[in-house]
Design a protein around this ligand. Structure first.
Ligand code: FES
Ligand code: FES
Length: 162
């Protein structure tokens, strides 16, 4: 093992803001987001690509940030749950999760909302099956999913024409 690990400079955009950091090659994207950028809305549940609590958007695609090295995000556009609201207004997806009781403990919620954001960015009127598929990588231990699906459906309706 070398005494010191060579660090690598990366530049990315996080929630619309440019960001430069020098990181060890082994640093995970979720560690960069939570520890270096203090965006703790992105959660860590399993650290093994199972639970989806760490989901963020990377260039518009929902990814599990515990499974991506920070250096792989060099040049990327990252959106975390903190980047969903605009001008102090909750995103329609965030509002619908609250209105439809789509959360209980909330641990899974940021990841679910970002998976829903990817879906509704590409498909304004998803079917039940499409919604289920979109959140298949996000595990919720509390809600039973019915209200989560209702929240995504409600958000889709509220975002029509937006
Ligand atoms: S913490 Fe990344 S998938 Fe569970
Ligand atoms: S609301 Fe508790 S894990 Fe989903």
């Amino acid at each position: 093992m070398p005494d010191s690990i060579e660090k690598i400079s990366i530049q990315l955009k996080v929630n619309g803001k440019p960001c430069s950091r020098t990181v060890e090659p082994r640093k995970l994207l979720v560690e960069l987001i939570r520890e270096d950028l203090d965006l703790t809305g992105t959660h860590v549940g399993c650290d093994t690509t199972y639970c989806g609590a760490c989901t963020v958007l990377m260039n518009g695609t929902a990814v599990k940030s515990c499974t991506i090295f920070a250096v792989q995000a060099d040049g990327a556009d990252i959106i975390t749950v903190e980047g969903m609201e605009k001008n102090g207004q909750l995103h329609p997806i965030q509002k619908a999760f609250g209105d439809c009781y789509g959360l209980q403990c909330g641990y899974c919620t940021p990841g679910l909302m970002l998976s829903a954001l990817q879906l509704l960015s590409q498909n304004k009127q998803p079917s039940d099956k499409e919604m289920q598929k979109a959140i298949a990588g996000n595990t919720c231990r509390c809600t039973g999913y019915q209200n989560i699906l209702k929240a995504i459906q409600t958000a889709a309706q509220n975002m029509k024409g937006a």
